[in-house]
Design a protein around this ligand. Structure first.
Ligand code: HEM
Length: 956
């Protein structure tokens, strides 16, 4: 009976609904709405719209709708009729007309969780007041003075906690960073404290609710988030009450160092309003920037070229700071980060942290022939514009260079991008993100420290997805290693490049790589200063725009003409220097290399004067000088007695340099001093290895010969009217071969490494303590056309530019067989084969015997595991104390350890992997599989070799 009544009632309920629907349809027919479909009753197309997708795309839903209806379409979303816009023009129109035609309108669930006074929710005067507070608090002057050092500090705090080679979630680390920063900035709570950690945990629960379905039922994420919200608010309220208590409830007297104090003091907002404002700022400032940083880490790991360019930019900043004697990043440094800004823009464009905004029409609006009825939801989808191929070339590609004006081919598209017309990661109009500058600052500083300190890679595949908040489902697991360049010698030079350390680029060889390759090597090795012995157009061309500073030499043969003919000097400057002066930074020009004493000595000063006049006439402020050897000193020991032997030549030169403020270049070689008198000049003293004072000179004590040699030149300069002339050490180094056990790879490495460490310490010399000494290592490459012997062996690199450590190099690195360059190819093959045979006989073959003897007693599995274990142990034992093994006295130990790895390869995995298949599978199957496996292995080797040769021809 009851069911019957219900059935009768049904038409009376449905009928009015149908009539209202019909009326709405009629009204709609008279309007010209954009095309589209409304989907299911009540839910419309919301589920399709919110279906997760890859963040670097616009998702299947948008793609299908745009291809079917165009960039503006209607739908039914978030419980309302909606107009969706992927159109750049309409998006701008919507955001610019905030408050006039459109109004911010986020779903009520957002208001429910962020609070009714949240900035994302409030409109009108209240929004204006809160916006003023946020803008004032994040003004440029506050960013400069307060936030910049804080951002720097918090970045380092997070990055320094990274454990090398461990795997961790980069997304969580970025969140920790932005949360700590915001918590400090908003409420002055410090990272690591229990209350901060407690708050962070509550905040994570709260965030899960913000992105979940708004179902307030016990146990749901939304319900838990509401509880966390009230816990967080209680903490903030408690802080607020404490502050008010301190001032007897006088808001005027509250300190305004953080946002909480600032709002209490400078606004008339109620406690409830302040709480919601603070929570919404914590939300707005934390979530978006942390995801953006995670996105940058993600995009950059797949784009080494960008990391390389970033490193160059940031190293240059570090170098400049070092020059100025500053530390800690400041606002001026931030403004230097041009390429970093390109990376940030590209990250925001491709990652689209905020994909669309929520608005509603508050009037009937007509746009491009379409009606947008009053009350309808309007969703400007900024991500769709950022990924539009008509606006951005290959939009799915991470290409930070597209933001550099000179590389853009499509000037109209670029100018639009640049002026920000189409680029709206921070929204636009009166609701433009109040923290956009802070967000960019956070990203830039994070990137600065990241690229300078770490190399990183994805530990397992992960990608940013839209849920609709952008997130990495696995948290972006990465493995971070200390940046490679910190651990290699070449890049050791670079960091020191932050100091004034350069390299001599000598070219007396017929097997050197081409200048463009060498300059690429300089760049990748972060060598920021070089010395060239003579002008070279190819080198100049390669150096253009590289930011590498150059000391340029003149050929000794040109000296007499430069000295006697002013017009030749002018021509020399106008043809060799002027054309490159705008693209290459010339540090100084040196006339004559080691020509004093000698028959060319008298030409040096007039040549310097002529060239100086020519440079000044060409309006170039480049110092002019000469490079001397230690031979110019009549006395060099003890250092305080240093004096030039020919004061008639050196006196006037010194006087000229002193009066112009130009430096003197000196070639300082402790090697030659030690090699000439190894008994009286101890090995440790020459190699910076002495722990005690070796030479006492009055009040000064010398622990290394390099300092003593430099100080003897300072003493000579003092006596020759040049006490203020600076010294540049234009050459110093140690040969790696050519003179028995003095010129060895080991000694060369020791000298260079210790020298750099000494220069990096900025301790100066005893005579000029704490004075930075500009120094150029000799030389970049071994030069085969120099006189045989040590002269050919000063190079930091072999001419093939590849410091490889393959198996055969292990043997030579240890000195067990000689380095390849000391013998011909047949000899080399013979010696390597002999060494390998010996190892095979002593370790590989006995390994097989042991397997045969023990396989049935111990068992296959145990032998295999034991083999793995001992191979790992012996490899580690070789790798960790590698320097120890390279010393001559430890040679035998090295060979034993090396042999041991081979022994356990065979008394282990090698034998068992042959034996076990033989026992399990029939011979036919086995031989087929062996064949396939061998062929695949060889095929892959060929493939890699061919590609290696194509990509790096210098290997050939
Ligand atoms: C890369 C990081 C960030 C992105 C992509 C981003 C994006 C946005 C967008 C698109 C809006 C406009 C919302 C709308 O119109 O409905 C917005 C608003 C806002 N953002 Fe950000 N934001 C970021 C970082 C920050 C930071 C660090 C803060 C600092 C607390 C912040 C504070 C705000 C505030 C207060 C608003 C509201 C402005 C208003 O309604 O007047 N944002 N943000």
């Amino acid at each position: 009976m009851f069911e019957l009544k219900l059935l009768l009632l049904l038409p009376s309920t449905v009928l009015p609904l149908v009539i209202i629907w019909g009326l709405l349809q009629r009204k709609k027919k008279s309007l010209k709405l954009p095309p589209g479909r409304m989907g299911w009753p009540f839910i419309g197309e919301t589920f399709g719209y919110l279906k997760p997708y890859l963040a670097t795309t616009i998702g299947e839903f948008m793609e299908q709708h745009i291809s079917r209806y165009g960039k503006i379409y209607k739908s039914y979303l978030f419980g309302d009729r909606a107009i969706v816009s992927a159109d750049a023009g309409l998006n701008r129109f919507i955001l610019q007309n905030e408050g006039r035609l459109f109004e911010c309108s986020y779903p009520s669930s957002i208001g429910g969780i962020l609070g009714k006074w949240s900035m994302l929710v409030v409109v009108g005067d209240m929004h204006r007041d809160m916006r003023m507070i946020s803008l004032n608090f994040m003004s440029t002057s506050r960013l400069r003075t307060h936030l910049m050092p804080e951002v720097d500090k918090h970045t380092l705090l997070v990055l320094r906690s990274w454990k090398e080679n461990s795997i961790f979630s980069a997304q969580n680390e970025a969140k920790k960073f932005t949360f700590n920063l915001m918590a400090k900035h908003i409420m002055s709570i410090d990272p690591g404290k229990p209350e901060t950690e407690h708050l962070r945990k509550e905040y994570i629960t709260f965030m899960k609710g913000v992105v979940s379905a708004p179902l307030n039922l016990p146990g749901t994420a939304y319900n838990r988030a509401l509880k966390s919200r009230s816990t967080i608010l209680k903490v903030i309220e408690h802080k607020m009450i404490e502050r008010l208590k301190e001032t007897n409830n006088d808001r005027e007297k509250v300190e305004d160092g953080d946002l909480l104090g600032w709002v209490l003091k400078h606004s008339s907002l109620s406690i409830e309003q302040i709480l919601d404002l603070i929570l919404s700022l914590l939300f707005a400032g934390h979530e978006t920037s942390s995801v953006s940083i995670a996105l940058a880490i993600y995009f950059l790991q797949a784009c080494p070229k960008a990391v390389q360019e970033l490193r160059e930019e940031h190293l240059e900043i570090v170098r400049a700071k070092k020059r100025e004697g500053e530390s800690g990043l400041n606002w001026d440094d931030y403004k230097q980060m041009e390429f970093t800004q390109c990376v940030i823009s590209e990250t925001l464009r491709l990652g689209n942290v905020v994909r669309f905004l929520h608005r509603k029409a508050i009037k009937d609006v007509r746009y491009n022939g379409y009606d947008i009825p009053c009350g309808w939801k309007v969703l400007p989808v900024v991500a769709a514009v950022h990924l539009d191929p008509l606006i951005y070339d290959k939009p799915q590609e991470f290409n930070p260079w597209r933001w550099q004006s000179k590389t853009s081919t499509d000037s109209s598209a670029f100018s639009n991008m640049k002026t920000g017309n189409n680029f709206m990661p921070f929204g636009g109009g009166p609701r433009l993100c109040a923290g956009s500058e802070l967000a960019k600052l956070e990203m830039a500083v994070f990137i600065h420290h990241l690229v300078l300190n770490y190399d990183w890679e994805l530990a397992e595949p992960d990608e940013p997805r839209v849920f609709p908040f952008v997130e990495f489902p696995k948290g972006l697991p990465i493995k971070a290693m200390k940046a490679f360049f910190l651990s290699t010698f070449a890049l050791f030079v670079t960091l020191s490049g932050a100091l004034k350390i350069g390299v001599n680029y000598g070219m007396v060889a017929d097997n050197l790589p081409t200048p463009d390759k060498v300059v690429t090597l300089f760049k990748s090795s972060y060598i920021g200063r070089i010395r060239l012995f003579a002008p070279n157009p190819d080198v100049f061309k390669a150096l253009e725009g590289s930011r590498i500073q150059v000391i340029l030499g003149t050929r000794n043969e040109d000296l007499s003409r430069l000295a006697s003919d002013q017009s030749y000097a002018a021509t020399w400057v106008n043809t060799r220097v002027v054309p490159h002066a705008s693209s290459i930074k010339f540090r100084c020009i040196s006339l004559g290399n080691e020509v004093i004493p000698g028959e060319l000595a008298t030409y040096v000063l007039p040549a310097i004067q002529n060239l100086d006049a020519a440079l000044k006439a060409a309006h170039l402020m480049v110092p002019v000088t000469t490079a001397i050897s230690m031979q110019v000193l009549g006395v060099s020991f003890p250092p305080s007695q240093g004096v030039f032997s020919d004061s008639g030549i050196m006196g006037p030169i010194t006087g000229f340099l002193a009066s112009n403020g130009y430096p003197l270049m000196v070639n300082v070689y402790p090697y030659f001093a030690h090699a000439g008198d190894p008994v009286n000049i101890p090995h440790d003293y020459a190699l910076f290895k002495s722990n005690n004072i070796v030479v006492k000179d009055g009040k000064l004590g010398y622990q290394n010969l390099f300092d003593a040699m430099v100080d003897s030149v300072y003493s000579a300069l003092e006596k020759a009217r040049g006490p203020n002339v600076d010294i540049i050490v234009s050459e110093t180094g140690w040969p790696s071969a050519g003179n028995g056990n003095i010129a060895t790879i080991d000694n060369a490495q020791t000298y260079n490494t210790n020298l750099i460490a000494h220069l990096r310490s900025l301790s100066g010399t005893p005579k000029r303590p704490r004075k930075e000494l500009e120094t150029y290592l000799f030389a970049m490459f071994n030069e085969d056309l120099k006189s045989p012997g040590v002269e050919q062996n000063f190079g930091l690199y072999y001419p093939n530019m590849t410091p490889n450590l393959f198996q055969k190099d292990f043997l030579s690195a240890d000195g067990w067989i000689l380095a390849a360059k000391t013998m011909n190819a047949v000899e080399e093959v013979y010696k390597i084969a002999r060494a390998q045979t010996l190892i095979a006989l002593c370790s590989t073959v006995p390994g097989y015997w042991f397997t045969v003897a023990f396989i049935d007693r111990i068992g296959r599995f145990k032998i295999q595991m034991m083999g793995f274990f001992f191979m790992t142990v012996s490899m580690f034992a070789l790798a960790f104390p590698y320097n120890h093994w390279t010393q001559k006295k430890n040679r035998m130990g090295f060979v034993m350890m090396y042999a041991l790895t081979f022994f356990f390869a065979n008394f282990g995995l090698n034998a068992t992997t042959f034996v076990v298949p033989a026992e399990i599978f029939p011979a036919r199957l086995r031989s087929t599989c062996h064949g396939i496996s061998a062929a695949a292995g060889k095929g892959w080797c060929y493939y890699c070799c061919i590609w290696a040769l194509i990509c790096c021809p210098e290997l050939g």
